[in-house]
Design a protein around this ligand. Structure first.
Ligand SMILES: O=C(CCCCNC(=O)Nc1ccc(S(=O)(=O)N2CCN(c3cc(Cl)cc(C(F)(F)F)c3)CC2)cc1)NO
Ligand SMILES: [Mn+2]
Length: 241
């Protein structure tokens, strides 16, 4: 009885080694679990379900095969792939979840999310997020010619790369206050998220009760998989290849 969590693979055609590790994980490990949760930034970028990228078809097929074997695959959007839509989810057999979701794991309520909404100190990013989450803007952007979307995306990816290099590591980590606020609001003692690329299991005290925040790692140099069982949680590494 195991539920698996991964996030921040940032799959792109430029990193076939990460894609290979993901496909191996989807073929060998995921089908044996009760469920797989992908907590965002599965892709390095996403400009619409209509982008003819062979990587998308390959990932969709791997997810659909896993679902076909009886292991549901849930997806929470990240700050990169927030435009991933119902068309792709349908092709991949993914169940899309809201940005903050409480799931019951072996009798215990757990709050899951990508983690970018915890970075409240990063004002610039929160403004970027608010604007790009306006439904009418998403409606409009999706209808732009693909060539325009690619140009905008290249521009924004360069900008966010430069911006992030400038930002302090503190600014780009989660706000402890926001972590406690969201865990208290959802009445949970376990929070699982990604986004910061700082894998760890943090202990914290919430209303005099022991609570934990588990951060999934990115897959840039090695895979990161969280295994949740009725007995507990283990954050593990995986070789790429
Ligand atoms: O850790 C941190 C910081 C972490 C890094 C934050 N930065 C970050 O995520 N950047 C970023 C994310 C996605 C992409 S993209 O290429 O996939 N793509 C770009 C164009 N997108 C768009 C959508 C809409 Cl609706 C509307 C527009 C419009 F109108 F503005 F053009 C554009 C769709 C998505 C490019 C860059 N803080 O704590
Ligand atoms: Mn992220």
């Amino acid at each position: 009885q195991t539920t698996l969590f991964i996030a921040d693979l940032h799959l792109s055609t430029g990193r076939p080694d990460i894609t290979a590790a993901f496909l191996r994980f989807m073929a060998e490990e995921a089908p044996r679990a009760d469920a797989l949760y992908i907590l965002g930034d599965l892709f390095e970028f996403w400009i619409g379900d209509d982008e003819p990228n062979p990587l998308h078809a390959c990932v969709a097929e791997a997810c659909r095969a896993c679902v076909g074997q009886g292991t549901p695959v849930y997806f929470v959007h990240g700050n990169r792939d927030f435009l991933l839509g119902r068309d792709f989810a349908g092709r991949a057999g993914l169940t899309l979840l809201p940005e903050h979701t409480v799931v019951e794991l072996y009798g215990k309520p757990v709050l899951i999310m990508h983690g970018d909404t915890l970075c409240t100190d990063d004002r610039d990013y929160q403004r970027f997020r608010r604007i790009t989450h306006w439904p009418w803007l998403q409606w409009l952007f999706r209808r732009l010619p693909l060539s325009w979307r690619i140009k905008v995306a290249d521009g924004m990816r360069n900008k966010s790369q430069n911006a992030n290099q400038a930002k302090s590591m503190m600014l780009m980590d989660v706000s402890q206050l926001e972590v406690e606020r969201q865990m208290a609001q959802h009445k949970v003692e376990l929070l699982i998220h990604g986004h910061t690329h700082r894998p760890d299991i943090h202990q914290l005290t919430l209303d005099d009760r022991a609570a934990r925040r588990i951060v999934l790692g990115d897959w840039y140099t090695q895979g990161s998989v969280l295994r949740v069982t009725p007995e507990g949680e283990r954050l593990q590494r995986r070789q790429l290849g």
